[in-house]
Write a protein that binds this ligand. Structure first.
Ligand code: PLP
Length: 397
């Protein structure tokens, strides 16, 4: 399969891992040689309940027996999407009540940008340095890495950047600003948590000047930090919350949620302020609803912080300088990019899936499914420590 994969499936990564997948179950992915890989990545924070969770599969099968796509977004009342949006409203704080369902995280970011512009009548969007919000033209515009943006210009105008956790930059948020968008926990930058009430202060500053605060929860959302939404750890309620990834239970989804009053601006002058064919797709909504219900109605979230402690306890090594992040969104930083690369590549040979972060080359991504067991966590950490010991020994000799 590998040569066909490289030939026919368009590639943008110069070095794809090219694991040939047979199937996946629980915390394990199996290759076509029947080798099992313990999954410490969860499809990049997407497989909240691991692989092929029975509740998710049952919901998908039940829905598949009833109907698939029947109409474009927002015309027909379809139970899975209605119940999903209602469930989100019930578990989000006021006034976050109305959810627009789309097909990916980046598309939800696009919707949030449009909504902020529509609500405020302003155009400027402020994002954070080292942020990642997706790769379509609007989301790409929010990124501050010129080498990744330059070949695709012109992008959205009126975008500027502030430094995450740096309050003096609040002065750049003015009456020209439609919205400030930040990740609740910066992902690609290295799983950097907000400190010193940063997000609450950021919201106060936004509201002083009539701007909206958009929080990108695409990675921290859906239980990964021990709360259903990451911002619930930080004493803040955004004006717009954007979710995706882990919401879908392994199927593609994105969503942006705001107050009904704000969301209604997309309905008038012009009408149809946002359109999608497949957003709210019944199969995907059924999978997302089953995922959310399982996260909320189990002890998965209450176990997340214990699992964080366990990982930190078992990942002590002189070549690991620190572990950043919260819950099951952790980045173990090694002493060099080269060591990180060796560990990720060799771990795969040893049957452990690890991965990189976009902008922090020394980070080992540890974002397992929330359903991973303590034994599996200890086993995976043991593989990492053995590899680091081997690298230490090689460096000595
Ligand atoms: C914080 C954050 N925002 C947005 C996105 C984009 O989501 P998608 O890849 O579903 O478009 C990602 C994906 O990695 C992300 O981590």
């Amino acid at each position: 399969m590998k040569s066909e994969f490289l030939k026919y499936q368009a590639q943008t990564s110069p070095y794809p891992l090219a694991l040939e997948i047979s199937h996946a179950k629980g915390s394990y992915i199996y290759d076509t040689n029947k080798k099992a890989y313990l999954d410490f990545v969860a499809g990049v924070s997407a497989c909240t309940l691991g692989h092929s969770h029975p509740k998710v599969i049952e919901a998908i099968k039940n829905q598949a027996d009833k109907y698939l796509h029947v109409m474009v977004y927002g015309e027909y009342a379809q139970q899975p999407a209605v119940q999903l949006c209602q469930f989100m409203a019930k578990h989000l704080p006021d006034p976050l009540e109305a959810t627009y369902l789309v097909n990916s995280g980046t598309e939800a970011i696009e919707g949030a940008i449009k909504l902020a512009r529509r609500v405020t009548g302003r155009s400027q969007i402020i994002a954070a340095h080292n942020a990642y919000h997706g790769n379509t033209m609007g989301s790409l515009s929010l990124m501050d890495f010129e080498e990744r943006k330059a070949p695709f210009r012109p992008l959205l105008p009126d975008i500027s950047h502030i430094t995450f956790n740096y309050e003096p930059h609040f002065k750049h948020i003015t009456q020209k600003t439609a919205a400030v968008i930040v990740e609740t926990i910066q992902g690609g930058a290295g799983f950097i948590e907000p400190t010193n009430d940063y997000l609450a202060k950021l919201k106060t500053r936004c509201h002083e000047v009539g701007a909206l605060l958009i929080l990108d929860e695409i990675q921290p959302g859906i239980g990964r930090t021990g709360k259903l939404f990451g911002f619930q750890n930080y004493n803040v309620i955004p004006d717009i919350v954007v979710t995706g990834k882990g919401l879908g239970g392994g199927l593609p989804i994105g969503a942006f949620t705001a107050s009904k009053t704000h969301m209604d601006t997309l309905q008038n002058s012009p009408k149809l302020g946002h359109i999608t064919t497949f957003g709210g797709n019944p199969l995907i909504a059924a999978s997302a609803l089953a995922t959310l219900k399982q996260v909320v109605n189990s002890d998965l979230m209450s176990e997340v912080l214990n699992k964080e402690k366990l990982i930190k306890k078992h990942l002590k090594h002189p070549l690991i300088t620190k572990i950043r992040g919260r819950g099951l969104m952790l980045a173990a930083l090694t002493t060099s990019e080269d060591i990180t690369n060796q560990v990720i590549l060799e771990a795969q040979n040893q049957g452990l899936i690890l991965f990189w972060l976009l902008f922090e080359p020394k980070a080992l991504r540890i974002t397992p499914p929330l359903t991973i067991s303590n034994e599996e966590l200890i086993k995976g950490c043991g593989i990492i420590i053995d590899l680091l010991n081997k690298i230490s020994d090689q460096n000595k000799s």
